[in-house]
Design a protein around this ligand. Structure first.
Ligand code: XLS
Ligand code: NI
Ligand code: NI
Length: 446
């Protein structure tokens, strides 16, 4: 049985002049860029939840509108089995190396903890078989600790420890599934780990509960031999009004405060940066500067909209700025680029899933080629000469001494006095914007 009859073979690479929406113009899986393949640089992962479980619902239209033939089955488990078949058909036809899931995306919740575990086990074994047949791998796994009504007041941060225990049960099995399927990461996105009002909330205690939860998960996973990384995924709001994982800065502080930095890195999502009124590159740079950029959710938000719209990334400029940072830190060893994006409500055909992923993969592939050119030319970006020159004073003389902690305020005062007023130097922002535009719009990339 085929779920995607509109695509009968893997999407081909046809080069920049192709106008076929079911072909790649830039993404050429095996093409070498700086000694590694495009596939290895970009490490694309399809998000199971949006792509196979999403129905296009919104608060004013709670019924699904997408045509998804794999949902036509008599029982929730039969739906799960068909969805898995559809998913692997999609992965292989699209030609992506990875996927990501929540426990409840791949298998339904049962009437008891034991039944839920049985459902998950069966689907994990099926997925394992499919992975070995196709070569598609799990990038990271996670548990859905926000959808079920019991999590209304939070999972780990719930005032009731019985809910904490249910969340722990889920995480245990989701970690097992991740290990069984060879994932190199495990994500915590705290959808309901936050609060609505301080009138009924002990914020200090809730943060400690969350730290205790993460510590338990790490201890369990390491006892099972998990050697991957945990990722905290910051998000400012939605569904909680105030989320404890507001942005990268908050998360880094949390990990430091509770001594979790050795086991965790961050999973930075473009749309979540927007919700924190940051730019995507700001969040990436914050994580990277701390050596904590582990994985990326590459969707796109809309400025001025207060919720996650999870559009597919289509902006070349955003992708170039993102990849400059990712390439600058030598890539994503533990993570990859997970779409975490959904087609619009009006794009309800199954073929729209191909159009969306292909277009987004192509813009990242083109961005990768541009970034390679930029890096070779050595002008822009952190490793570029313009930024290097700007801070050159800190690599010699008193500048170097002060960074090494070998000076005092008194010595610096003497220095300032003897130097007189330093000459002002333009930041040349507009000139650099223009250079960036040349790379984006004028440089021929093939
Ligand atoms: C929701 C989050 C979610 C995480 C995984 O906004 O982005 O999809 O990536 O739980
Ligand atoms: Ni996400
Ligand atoms: Ni999101």
């Amino acid at each position: 049985m085929t779920f995607f009859p509109e695509v009968d073979e893997p999407i081909p690479y046809q080069g920049p002049d192709s106008r076929d929406p079911l072909a790649f113009r830039y993404y050429d899986r095996t093409r070498k860029v700086a000694g590694s393949t495009m596939e290895r640089h970009l490490k694309f992962a399809v998000a199971y939840w949006h792509t196979f479980k999403g129905g296009g619902q919104d608060p004013f239209g709670p019924d699904p509108v997408y045509d998804r033939p794999w949902n036509d089955a008599p029982t929730p488990m039969e739906v799960a089995r068909r969805t898995l078949d559809a998913a692997f058909e999609f992965f292989t036809k699209l030609g992506v190396p990875y996927y990501c899931f929540h426990d409840r995306d791949i298998a339904p919740e049962g009437d008891s903890v034991a039944e839920s575990n049985d459902y998950l086990d069966e689907i994990v074994q099926r997925a394992k078989l499919k992975q070995s047949e196709t070569g598609v791998k799990l990038l990271w796994g996670t548990a859905n600790l926000f959808g079920h009504p019991r999590y209304t007041h939070g999972a780990a941060t719930n005032p009731d420890p019985r809910v904490f225990a249910h969340a722990a049960a889920q995480v245990r099995r989701a970690i097992d599934a991740t290990i069984e399927l060879g994932g190199s990461g495990y994500v915590f996105w705290g959808g309901r780990e936050g609060y609505t009002s301080l009138i009924n909330t002990d914020m200090g205690r809730e943060r400690e509960q969350m730290a205790a939860f993460l510590r338990l998960a790490v201890d369990y996973a390491r006892r099972q031999g998990f050697q991957g990384k945990f990722f905290l995924e910051p998000k400012a709001r939605e569904p909680s009004i105030h989320q404890y994982d507001f942005d990268c800065g908050h998360c880094l502080n949390f990990l430091r405060e509770f001594d979790l930095r050795d086991d965790f890195m961050l999973n930075v999502e473009a749309n979540h940066a927007t919700l924190a009124t940051h730019s995507f590159e700001h969040e990436l740079a914050t994580a990277a500067a701390a050596g904590m950029l582990g994985s990326v959710d590459i969707n796109r938000g809309l400025e001025g909209v207060g919720w996650d719209t999870d559009n597919f990334a289509m902006s070349l400029r955003e992708c170039v700025l993102a990849l400059l940072i990712i390439r600058g830190q030598g890539g994503l060893r533990w993570g990859g680029l997970n779409f975490d994006a959904k087609v619009r409500r009006g794009s309800f055909d199954t073929v729209d899933l191909f159009y969306a992923h292909i277009a987004s993969m192509d813009v990242f592939a083109k961005a990768l080629l541009i970034v390679e050119r930029v890096r070779q030319d050595g002008v822009l970006g952190l490793a570029g000469e313009r930024i290097r020159e700007r801070y050159a004073g800190y690599r010699r003389g008193l500048g170097r001494k002060l960074m090494a902690g070998e000076t005092t305020l008194e010595e610096l005062e003497d220095w300032a006095g003897s130097l007189g007023e330093p000459p002002r130097t333009s930041g040349r922002q507009e000139e650099l914007e223009s250079i960036l535009n040349d790379y984006l719009y004028s440089t021929r990339i093939e």
